[in-house]
Design a protein around this ligand. Structure first.
Ligand code: FMN
Length: 165
């Protein structure tokens, strides 16, 4: 793994989330969970390099992002799309995602990531907020995305380290 300065990343953050997707992982070697995410952002806030992620409360991963101070974002090459699809359609409550996909979990800087990841970003939670339906200026977003009223919890995570494979 090569440690990188996140500011040297040449890829579009929009494409990383929207096209590559990522695994959000939280926990430690004894107990962790991971799930696929394609909604997120990377940028600058409070003079820190940060990532924003959005997790619905019913996800098993939510229990882990709540309990742990750190989470990781793992981005993979195209050949792992099937694995990410699996991790986005199944819950860690019902299966062992690493075993099912062949991904290799590994401890990284106080959290968990995966050996096969081509880019791993380790974040420390700074802030969270549940999306508030009153905030939708475009109200169609509410009806389109939240029929169950399961508003995402947004986490802002300070980027503490980043690694390429
Ligand atoms: C491409 C893709 C993107 C997803 N993005 C998100 C997301 O940003 N936030 C979220 O809460 N769920 C998202 N999901 C759904 C979770 O990955 C899915 O519900 C997963 O099974 C949760 O696993 P868990 O219960 O083990 O946490 C996405 C699923 C897919 C397939």
């Amino acid at each position: 793994m090569n440690k990188i300065d996140i500011k040297t990343l040449k890829e579009s953050a929009v494409s990383l989330f929207d096209d590559s997707w990522c695994l959000i992982t939280a926990g430690d070697e004894n107990s962790y969970n991971t799930m696929t995410a394609s909604w997120g952002a990377m940028g600058e806030l409070w003079n820190e390099d940060v990532c924003f992620i959005f997790i619905r409360p019913q996800r098993y991963t939510y229990e882990f992002t709540e309990k742990n101070n750190r989470f990781t974002l793992s981005f993979f090459s195209e050949e792992y799309k099937k694995a990410l699809t699996f991790c986005g359609r199944n819950s860690g409550r019902d299966c062992d995602k690493a075993k099912e996909t062949g991904l290799t979990p590994k401890a990284i800087d106080g959290s968990m990531g995966f050996k096969e990841s081509r880019l791993t970003i380790v974040c420390e939670k700074l802030y969270y907020q549940d999306l508030d339906p009153k905030g939708f200026i475009d109200e169609t977003l509410d009806s389109k995305n939240y029929a169950l009223k399961d508003y995402h919890r947004m986490y802002v995570g300070k980027i503490v380290s980043a690694y390429t494979e």
